[in-house]
Design a protein around this ligand. Structure first.
Ligand code: HQG
Length: 179
């Protein structure tokens, strides 16, 4: 399968496993899972046929391991806008995490801290490189340093998605270091 087809399938999965399952008549369970065969049938019925082999390949080789398959079911590992409970345990974060953003959001972030916006959580990266890549989706990346250890010590909960993204409900501005 060529790269463009992989990306198309990955984007199709993101749309229907994170944001708009109803569009192709899917219902995710409370934890975000849907049976693989149901997904493949729904996609085919809505004009986007994917083979089981292609699906496996996208899930296995996805650069960010965005999707997980377990017991014949598939879900997005993070990034939902529809309400799902990923049922992730609360974990102690590393002392420092990173958030990649762009200059035009900085004034609001200084004021309100990091908010989840259209997602369920604020997404934090374990290293600067990853955060730079996240920020660069929107322009020239600006990387903020998050005092995750201090937040944790003061009672803020952290979780980590299956693909290594750290998740928090909110990061108040006092825990952020701006460049
Ligand atoms: C910004 C991709 C104004 C925030 C990536 C970000 C990631 C504020 C944008 C994952 C703000 C939200 C998540 C505030 C935060 N005022 N702007 N108070 N607080 N922002 O896409 O972190 O490809 O929802 O800085 O790799 O950019 O989807 O979050 O710029 O892991 O798998 O509001 O999405 O992964 O944007 O990216 P997003 P994000 P996937």
């Amino acid at each position: 399968m060529d790269e463009r087809r992989m990306i198309r399938i990955s984007k199709y999965l993101a749309r229907h496993l994170r944001h708009d399952p109803q569009r192709i008549g899917l219902t995710l369970d409370e934890h975000g899972w849907v049976p693989v065969d149901v997904l493949l049938r729904a996609a085919a019925d809505h004009g986007f046929a994917i083979t089981a082999a292609e699906l496996w390949q996208v899930v296995e080789s996805n650069d960010k391991r965005r999707y997980a398959i377990e017991d014949g079911r598939i879900r997005a590992s993070q990034g939902h806008s529809v309400p799902v409970d990923l049922d992730l345990p609360v974990l102690e974060p590393p002392e420092v995490l990173y958030h990649g953003t762009v200059g035009r959001f900085l004034a609001a972030i200084k004021e309100e801290g990091l908010r989840p916006m259209s997602r369920h959580h604020v997404h934090l990266s374990p290293d600067r490189e990853t955060a730079t890549r996240v920020g660069a989706r929107r322009g020239v990346a600006v990387v903020l340093v998050v005092a995750a250890g201090a937040m944790h010590a003061e009672g803020h909960e952290f979780r980590r998605s299956a693909n290594g993204v750290w998740l928090a409900a909110h990061v108040p501005p006092g825990y952020l270091r701006f460049p």
